[in-house]
Ligand binder design. Structure first.
Ligand code: 5GP
Length: 172
């Protein structure tokens, strides 16, 4: 298994995540922020982001399937695991690894908005705007990248590479 080429290294990730925490804190002056981590890709990002925040946080997990195996999107989004707790009246931030076509995020924002949160925002580590198929609002974006298939720091290819401490690309 060849090592992916480094696209965003660990110190750069850490610096940007600290900035994102400051941005989130400034935008949501509430005592409690409820984070919804989208499994599995956003797990590492969530763990680092919440540790960079100095407010009270709660964390819940949701899982959807949008991609099968490989690198091509099926275009279909399905709820695989719902939240454990309700979000009504809470200040909610969805945490996603990457926004590509936008279909997954659009679906998630739609179902959570219907549950009556006090506010609903979205933080994505990565964004590939050139691939967007649907207009979706992302309030906090870590890095905007070109159309590469990326792995590492939570992101996989067929469940591999999630534990890399950096974001890398497999293409030459
Ligand atoms: P979207 O619905 O925006 O097209 O896709 C979002 C999901 O597709 C992400 O949560 C992620 O699981 C997957 N995805 C999109 N682009 C990439 C990529 O470059 N690398 C990996 N590993 N997953 C991706």
């Amino acid at each position: 298994m060849s090592s992916p080429a480094v696209l965003i290294d660990q110190p750069t990730l850490a610096r940007r995540i600290a900035e994102l925490a400051t941005e989130i804190r400034a935008a949501i002056p509430a005592d409690d922020i409820h984070f919804v981590c989208v499994l599995k890709g956003a797990v590492l990002f969530t763990a680092d982001l919440v540790r960079a925040l100095d407010t009270r946080v709660t964390i819940d997990f949701i899982a959807v399937s949008s991609y099968g195996s490989g690198t091509a999107s099926s275009g279909e989004v399905r709820l695989v695991k719902d939240l454990d707790a309700g979000v009504e009246g809470r200040h909610v931030v969805i945490i996603e690894d990457i926004v590509d076509t936008g279909l997954t995020l659009h679906y998630l924002q739609d179902i959570l908005r219907r549950r009556g949160p006090a506010s609903l925002r979205t933080a994505c580590l990565l964004s590939k705007p050139s691939r967007r198929k649907i207009d979706v609002t992302v309030d906090f974006i870590g890095f905007t990248i070109d159309d590469h298939f990326v792995v590492g720091y939570g992101l996989d290819l067929d469940e591999k590479y999630r534990n890399l401490p950096y974001v890398g690309t497999l293409e030459s």
